[in-house]
Design a protein around this ligand. Structure first.
Ligand SMILES: Cc1ncc(C[n+]2csc(CCOP(=O)(O)OP(=O)(O)O)c2C)c(N)n1
Ligand SMILES: [Mg+2]
Length: 323
């Protein structure tokens, strides 16, 4: 592992955390409406997978702010989207669950559990069909692995040899339902292992996530076949901002926080000489400023004008076809 990666890991994980904590504050003030799902605690999976995957399309769920930041979308456009402003990445019409920017190969942001897994398989199939070997990354939760979309996708990707990396974030809960209440086994890579190579990694350790994803990417692109990774992780916040989270004991939360992915990275990187205390301080100050600027930008941006209401709702080509 080189220094430059460790620096990017720290910068993006810290940016993600500060961004989300600030978004929570703004939600409480009433400046952000709708839903807000925070990924605090899961940053090693979100940042490590995007950087490990490198170039390629990414499809994710509704807990996607950190994925979007890691893909390179500017924080101010994400914050403005949360505020419902026209300068937002989806023109203020998508909100927190629908961040989307094809310029960054970032295809969401999807509110429906598991619904976009087949989209990722279809996209990877299309790329392969057209002679492009670039693989596709799709991330989803433990809950999504109980859906029909998930099983249909792993079946099709395996049979048709589609280069998709399936990344399951096992944070043990689907809203308030613990995984052992709804799945016959809790090691979720077992759901895919008869279809494709499948492994489990420590999702609180960004080095482990990064390495596993990088190797998986090499595999899917050289073989043209799928791969499955289960990352064990934990979300510190309740499912969404309107959830009480009281289905988890304070003790369970405390134990999870002892493995904090940012503290974990700091400890390893300082020990190995990959980060310095000065760099950490520099990043801590810088991300605070970036996030404050993003909030300022969001507050001062206008709301979408009325005439935007029906734009981007239907595909223009499709409208031509049916009219
Ligand atoms: C098809 C569908 N069913 C139910 C819901 C309601 N819902 C939203 S999030 C969620 C839990 C998903 O849990 P998981 O896949 O583990 O992801 P996590 O929230 O833990 O990241 C549910 C049931 C939904 N959005 N879509
Ligand atoms: Mg979950």
């Amino acid at each position: 592992m080189n220094k430059s990666y460790a620096e990017q890991f720290y910068y993006l994980m810290k940016l993600g955390r500060v961004f989300e904590l600030r978004a929570k504050e703004e939600y409480m003030k009433g400046n952000i409406g709708g839903f807000l799902h925070l990924a605090i605690g899961e940053e090693a999976v979100h940042v490590g997978s995007v950087l490990g995957f490198g170039k390629g399309d990414v499809f994710v769920h509704y807990r996607e702010h950190v994925y979007a930041l890691a893909k390179g979308i500017e924080p101010k456009y994400i914050m403005a989207e949360l505020f419902g402003k026209i300068t937002g990445v989806s023109k203020g019409k998508g909100g927190s669950m629908h961040l989307y920017d094809p310029k960054f190969n970032f295809y969401g942001g999807n509110a429906i559990v598991g619904a976009y897994i087949p989209h990722a398989v279809g996209t990877a199939f299309a790329r392969k069909y057209m002679g492009d070997t670039t693989g596709v990354l799709v991330a989803f939760g433990d809950g999504a692995t109980n859906s029909g979309n998930f099983f249909e996708s792993i079946n099709t990707a395996s049979k048709w040899e589609v280069p998709v990396l399936f990344l399951c974030e096992n944070n043990y809960y689907a809203i308030g339902t613990r995984i052992d209440r709804v799945s016959p086994f809790v090691d979720l890579y077992k759901k895919a292992k008869d279809y494709m190579p499948a492994k489990q990694v420590d999702g609180m350790n960004i080095f482990e996530v990064f390495d596993a994803v990088k190797k998986a990417k090499e595999y899917i692109e050289s073989e043209g076949k799928p791969y499955f990774i289960e990352a064990l992780t934990y979300r510190y916040e309740p499912h969404s901002i309107t959830d009480t989270g009281d289905y988890r004991s304070p003790r369970e939360l405390k134990i999870a926080k002892e493995k904090d992915p940012i503290e974990n990275l700091k400890a390893i990187a300082l020990r190995e000489g990959l980060l310095t205390e000065d760099y950490i301080k520099f990043v801590d100050d810088k991300v605070k400023q970036i996030v404050e600027d993003a909030v300022e930008f969001a507050i001062s941006s206008p709301e979408p004008p009325l005439e935007e209401l029906y734009k981007d709702v239907f595909c223009e080509v499709c409208i031509d076809v049916v009219s």
